[in-house]
Each structure stands twice: as structure tokens, then as C-alpha cells.
Design a protein around this ligand. Structure first.
Ligand code: 5GP
Length: 206
């Protein structure tokens, strides 16, 4: 545990505004968002994580309700029709969506909420809630991203090719985000994310 971690645990930062911050963590597939998000949650335990709904199959080791809420296409479409998502997107041929109600409830109580969503979703949220804080995670290089996707072994080569192609376009939209963090080294990238959230908590104007 480093000193910053201790300070978050023992002395919550002063909250200058009542409504919580909405922090959007985005970036191309394979860039390491999940690892960074988990690292950040350890450093800032009172950060609420929004568990997305998805139609994609559960991967080994993933926990229902913790990593995702795994649902059928029918369940997803019903929630869509009921306007239950803050945003939703079709990513790599599967549906992913951010449930609206818990986020609005937490923010209303002054709690900060973290989203881990793709670039299309990040754009949608930013449009609806312009005060949200958009962070794009970038790979150190294209080659490194390819290496990470292959190493992860969660997709067949044909799907990796699609993800890499999408990544180029996604990285090109970096200018729409408030912050860009390069995931060269996990610890240092988590430090950067922690700094952004600390600054957001100290901010007077939104
Ligand atoms: P994976 O299938 O690898 O878990 O996620 C694929 C992509 O979908 C990642 O970029 C992840 O951030 C994104 N994603 C996860 N949940 C959501 C969501 O609720 N909405 C959107 N738009 N993207 C999501």
C-alpha cells in the first residue's frame, strides 16, 4: 500500500459538490481497462463501479453481477425498450449497456461512479451528461496492443483482427476525451487515474 492509498482509506477527500462525478474509462479492446479499473478500485474503495449488461458469453473466471450482468438478447432488448440504459452499444457483435437507474441514484447521493465502456458508449454518455469526465486509455503502441490481445486468448484470431481494426479508429477519437492515459506500466497508469479523480473531487465548478 502506498501513501496515496492510505490517504484515500483513512481520510476521504473533501467533496465540494453534492452530485457525484461520473468517470468514464474508455479505450480500445485489449488496452487493459479492466486491470486498471480494478487497480483504481483498490486505491479508491468508495468509487462505485457500474456493472454493465451484456449478451456476450461469460468467460471463465468472470462473476455474474460483478464483472457483468450476463443476459439474453431478449432481456437486453426489453431493457432497451423500457429506456433502462444510460447508453448501449453493439460492440464486436454483442450488446453492452449501462443501466441508468443505479448511476443516477449514486450520483444523486454524491457518490462517484466509474464506467468501463467502449468509445461509442463514452461519446453517448458525454453527450447526455457533459460534466462527466472522459478518460481514454491508450496502448504504448499498436504492436503492443496486438501482443496483448493475442496473449489474452479470449478471442479467436478472426475476432482479434476486427478488434485491432476498430482500435485504430477509436484511438483517432482521442480528442473527444478530457484525459488520455497511456497504459505503458500498470502502476503508473493507475497513479494517473487516481490523480484525475483526486482533482475531480477537489473541483469546485463542474
Ligand atoms: P469485453 O467483451 O472485452 O469485456 O468488452 C468489450 C468492450 O465493451 C470493452 O471495450 C468494454 O469497455 C466495452 N463495454 C463494457 N460494458 C459496456 C457498456 O455498458 N457499454 C458500452 N458501450 N461498452 C461496454
Amino acid at each position: 500500500m502506498n501513501s496515496l492509498e492510505t490517504s484515500f482509506r483513512t481520510k476521504p477527500y473533501f467533496r465540494s459538490n453534492k452530485r457525484g462525478n461520473l468517470i468514464i474509462l474508455s479505450g480500445p479492446s485489449g488496452v487493459g481497462k479492466t486491470t486498471l479499473r480494478e487497480g483504481l478500485q483498490k486505491r479508491i474503495p468508495d468509487l462505485r463501479f457500474s456493472v454493465s449488461w451484456t449478451t456476450r458469453p461469460q468467460r471463465p473466471g468472470e462473476i455474474m453481477g460483478q464483472d457483468y450482468r450476463f443476459v439474453s438478447k431478449k432481456q437486453f432488448e426489453e431493457k432497451m425498450k423500457a429506456d433502462g440504459f444510460l447508453e448501449w452499444a453493439r460492440v464486436h457483435n454483442e450488446y453492452y449497456g449501462t443501466p441508468k437507474a443505479p448511476i443516477l441514484r449514486w450520483m444523486g447521493k454524491g457518490e462517484d461512479v466509474l464506467l468501463d465502456i467502449d468509445i461509442q458508449g463514452a461519446k453517448q454518455v458525454k453527450k447526455q451528461l457533459p460534466e462527466s469526465i472522459g478518460i481514454i486509455i491508450l496502448p504504448p503502441s499498436k504492436k503492443e496492443l496486438q501482443k496483448r490481445l493475442i496473449h489474452r486468448q479470449t478471442e479467436p484470431p478472426s475476432k482479434i483482427r476486427i478488434r485491432l481494426k476498430n482500435a485504430e479508429t477509436e484511438i483517432g477519437s482521442k480528442g473527444r476525451f478530457d484525459y488520455a492515459v497511456t497504459n505503458q506500466e500498470i502502476r503508473s497508469a493507475v497513479d494517473d487515474l487516481e490523480t484525475i479523480i483526486k482533482a475531480a473531487r477537489l473541483r469546485v465548478k463542474k
